[in-house]
Write a protein that binds this ligand. Structure first.
Ligand SMILES: [Zn+2]
Length: 223
């Protein structure tokens, strides 16, 4: 599994969540034992067959287990660590390899759902995105790593100009045009711009949390 750096401060600069974080219930991470705000940990539940499932909505019944969304903890999870759960649950082992796949597949579905919801207001493709860059609202730009040099330069220039005029942009790199196309129900998409204000801010916040777990997306810049 590829590891992605947690974009520090992203949430605070795009939408001020610090107040919310301080009021959030705390959950302790199974790996590092630290207490973290609920929205910064991934919840897991164990089913009757002893299989561990990620519970992204944090609403599934039963007792949960929590892992924090840090690269450090993610890299330390293995079957030996999961063994600690045997004190509380009757889990089957080994299952970390399968669990990792379950996490990836659940995140893929969740991301698709989140992005599909935004698609009616999304600017899809180069021309639409370049036009949207003139907009004063905070933007999240999803750009495929195989978008092509010319488009990368063009968007980098545009983002630089936005920054100079005080407009906020979050640039997220995604693994391929094909993947981005899949997220928006098209064949191939090189670049997408999404509104990062209002209700869309929640999507940006979640994306920020998920990208640590999910190797296909990575925050490249936030300004
Ligand atoms: Zn942890």
């Amino acid at each position: 599994m590829r590891h992605v750096k947690l974009p520090v401060g992203l949430t605070d600069s795009v939408n001020n969540e610090s107040q919310v974080a301080s009021q959030s219930p705390m959950r302790s991470c199974l790996i590092c034992r630290e207490s973290k705000p609920k929205q910064d940990v991934l919840r897991f539940v164990v089913d009757n067959a002893g299989v561990i499932w990620p519970d992204l909505q944090q609403k599934a019944p039963g007792r949960g287990v929590y892992f924090c969304m840090s690269e450090q903890c993610l890299s330390r999870i293995n079957d030996k660590r999961l063994q600690a759960l045997k004190a509380k649950f009757s889990i089957v082992l080994p299952q970390w390899d399968d669990l990792r796949q379950r996490i990836t597949s659940v995140l893929q579905k969740q991301l698709k759902q989140m992005l599909t919801k935004q698609s009616s207001s999304a600017a899809i493709g180069r021309d639409a995105v370049m036009h949207r860059l003139w907009n004063n609202a905070p933007l999240m730009i999803l750009r495929a790593v195989d978008a092509g040099e010319a488009l990368v330069r063009q968007t980098d220039d545009g983002l630089e100009k936005r920054a100079q005029t005080g407009n906020k942009s979050l640039l997220v790199g995604v693994s391929s045009r094909h993947w981005l196309g899949e997220m928006f129900g098209r064949d191939d998409v090189a670049i997408v711009a999404l509104n990062a204000a209002g209700s869309a801010a929640a999507t940006v916040k979640k994306l920020n949390v998920y990208c640590v777990w999910y190797g296909r997306i990575k925050v490249l810049g936030n300004r």
